[in-house]
Unconditional design. Structure first.
Lengths: 398, 398, 398
């Protein structure tokens, strides 16, 4: 990448309408304009180019990036830390275990108390249906109120690092990988992607990955197929959105009931375990009511049900049915690899191994996607700022 | 706030005698000169103004701010992190659980081992009477010795983030809120503040907040009233200090035995639960001797005793008895709000709700107060440094 | 230290062959060239001089220093944090407990996932024989592969913060202390160092300290003596290396079986507990096989065996037998001090107390040694970079 190419990318970014992203949040991709989605990709690529040219991307001299992880995390934690560091923000983690968040302390209060110096708040809350997004929205509303009331000097932006509905930093990183793999957004029209359920020895994996994929990939004129065993439905709202978007983009969205059908002639396959929406809802209720025995029973029932679908595995035979037997295999990682991380899992070891490098590249986009979302929410004229970085050419490593 | 106003504030700061703060610690407000107290407020306001003007306040290019939290904390943790970040220091937390601090490793050793690159050490240790302050003093003595012996290249400053005796970052943030609320320090003379005990379903809350308030507010010619049920006394030393200071400042300090009396005609009310000093002393002994059954019994006894005073609640009726029914309600947060965070607590929900915004503003001063204490302890000529920041006008967010 | 002196040190550094350190790792000192070892000391001293002159040593505008501590740590954690901060890197800790590292997730995957923006990875993994170094090597191989495959934009350097074989940041800090104590590397020829086992009430302390010492100190023409009770052998490979190095440097390496013999006429004594190599091997197997009862039995057996050697204590009487009764006492800390941190331990309280200040100074070199290792692995021409820092003379504290 050279200066001329980066300048061109910045010009393209300048032509996009990103005004509404300024001081806004990033919750669901489908709530964002096409220009905004494009701007996230464009900015991510510019940031990567600058870094590869050893040009500093510090737009903040100081400032905090708050993180709230309500579930264990390595990849997202490190991606968020990388994104903040790249822009000059220091991560301050709200660890709900060592903090004084008492029973009954309102979200509104906590949100304000941690935000006096916060430029951004990244949240992962993907455990319970109907909870994660609601929590993020409440945090966003609270800091807006705090800003309006003169409590906060700045209104931090909330970035969804995975909720119960969408996982935008994942789906956008995935899409950027796809764009680069196929040589440009313009080459995606008509390409078939099979987002399919796959067997895992665990139960209760979040729905936000499949939902995020069908909720984003249907915008690009692609042939998006969701496949899962009966009962493993995702949220209906998201499917509606996928349908509408597919129509508008000249693509297609459909649901099928076998991996075979989904894989046939697919350009991309994304086999991954998730829990049925209905189960996730039931789980949420049981946890709320503190019915721990019923919860155990539910888990047992689900594991038994899951076990019926052990043949939903991404095998070499299935891969052969894809376009020229060479579909791009994708996963958000970590995958349940048969014979490696478990006895029977989502994917055959040989398939995973063949795609290891592309999988790691897929993951490598996430820090840039997060940094891009932060940048676009904090700067009214992102193109101008990026131009300034390019011109100043302050070295990251001296 | 404009440049002219900030320049004036810096001039005022320049006129104050802050020489003894340089390379010193901040333990108790009452050990500080009037000029020093004023300087903390002044510096905090200048830092806030600079930040609001988007001017970087980084006085450190690199350096560590160590934190030691011996009790859970959200507010103070984030305030300390904000303060350090604002000045350019990176927080490094000493987590005594994941550290190798063996039984018998001396405070002197640990203090030196963590301080090779430390510019400041913030400590919260408020759990046991006679312990917290002693620990902080020991850390301060140890790093002084380390510096004198040539072990440490710099002598880090210790900042008390709450001990058993005082909570200076809280009381100073509270006071700065009051100063701004009443339009200036000169308007505080004769204003009545009711620092009163209030019922909470928990027991054993630290005494350092009420002690901090009476130990600071009595310096400003105010009418300071402490109210609590019989037996819920605070430390006698601190009351002596409050009395002397009130006299010297032309104010008044008195203790009364009912919330009603304290609230009558008060300009400010600060109703908050705390444990009796005698109980806190007993608790310390029991913990030291490992008498866990006796500790349980003590807790039970205290809860029973506490329950007698459920009527010590900041209700709407009580608020009506304050000056024009409009006293400023204060709290260090989180408050025990009746019907919200507990069944019966320190304050009625409607009162709390009406004061939510001022309460959050009150809390918003803490990062600046901490940053101010750090700055004054690390720079011999703080006014000069702040002028430099203003002139250079390096943007915080580019 | 003045500018002229630092310039001279930089010139000396420039004359050394450090080319192979660039983009490399630091595992064992004995795998490094003499020039490389000298360069680490020289760079550490230059960094210390710059800091003492209040000159910023930030060579990174942004970037991450990853840390992986598989054992509790205070000293090393803070030293690593200090080293990173000094150079401009932000520490991001991989906490394997709050991360999503599932059973079966490969080291290769984790290593890549945390390294997208990493300039350095510091690892402490000293618990099991045959594990620690192997793990570090695997991380290094993985990130090399990731870089070669285009997954990582930079290949982070791995720094051994203590493994089962060597503890290079400790032994190098120790040696720098010795060099300064005796007034220069040229004064070490013929000096006798007694690296001896000592009794501790615990069992299973790592072998990497004694191995690190004999594996490094034998390069300087010293008379290196290892002493331990029968059965408390260290790894044979390391002893072989020590023997060869001693020969090559015109020094001597020998093993004796009593503290008395080792201490006689010694210039330096380093009495410290460790577990027998054979025991550590057995422990590793038992843990691998999950034989917890056998492990308990092993521990009991070792403690009983240890108890036979309580007289292996660094007493005043023993100290009198050293050169002029004034040998330099060394320890990596924390020490088991008789009557202070335990009833009977490695060293008499009065001996420890007399050497407290030198011990703390010994420890103070570690942050600089780590920073030096990082710097030498990230910059092809370190002398040039350090000259630039000296010339620019950007203040660390303004």
């Amino acid at each position: 990448m050279n200066t001329k190419q980066v300048t061109d990318m910045i010009s393209l970014l300048e032509s996009l309408d990103t005004g509404q992203m300024y001081l806004g949040d990033f919750f669901h991709t489908w709530k964002k304009l096409d220009d905004e989605i494009t701007a996230v990709f464009q900015t991510a690529e510019i940031l990567r180019a600058l870094r590869e040219m050893n040009i500093s991307t510090r737009l903040f001299d100081s400032g905090l990036g708050i993180s709230i992880f309500r579930d264990n995390s390595t990849r997202t934690r490190f991606s968020y830390a990388s994104a903040c560091n790249m822009l000059g923000l220091e991560v301050q983690d709200l660890d709900e275990k060592t903090s004084q968040i008492a029973h009954g302390e309102t979200v509104r209060e906590t949100a304000n108390m941690i935000s006096f110096m916060a430029d951004v708040i990244g949240i992962r809350d993907d455990m319970y249906i109907g909870k994660g997004h609601r929590y993020m929205q409440e945090v966003a509303d609270s800091v807006q109120e705090g800003f309006d009331d003169g409590v906060l000097e700045q209104r931090p932006s909330v970035v969804n690092l995975q909720c119960d509905v969408d996982h935008p930093t994942q789906s956008m990183a995935d899409m950027l990988h796809v764009i680069n793999y196929f040589g440009g957004i313009e080459n995606l029209k008509g390409k078939k992607i099979a987002m399919t359920w796959a067997y895992s020895p665990s139960y209760g994996k979040p729905l936000s990955v499949p939902q995020g994929i069908i909720g984003l990939f249907t915008r690009f004129g692609m042939d998006v197929v969701l496949a899962h065993p009966e009962g493993y439905n995702v949220m209906q709202d998201v499917e509606q959105t996928a349908l509408k978007q597919a129509e508008a983009s000249g693509g297609r969205y459909q649901r099928v009931s076998s991996m075979e059908e989904a894989f046939t002639n697919a350009d991309i396959v994304y086999p991954k375990s998730w829990a049925p929406f209905a189960v996730m809802e039931e789980r949420t209720s049981l946890v709320e009511e503190g019915k721990w025995d019923d919860l155990k029973a539910l888990e047992q029932r689900c594991l038994t049900e899951n076990a019926k679908y052990k043949h939903w595995e991404c095998t070499e035979d299935l891969m052969k049915q894809t376009k020229d037997g060479k579909a791009l295999y994708m996963h958000c990682l970590p995958a349940d690899i048969s014979g490696v991380s478990c006895t029977e899992g989502e994917v055959a070891a040989s398939v995973f191994e063949r795609y290891r490098v592309p999988l790691y590249k897929e993951a490598s986009y996430k820090p840039y996607i997060i940094a891009s979302m932060i940048l676009l929410s904090r700067f009214e004229n992102p193109a101008e700022k990026l131009s300034m970085l390019l011109e100043n050419a302050q070295l990251r490593v001296r």
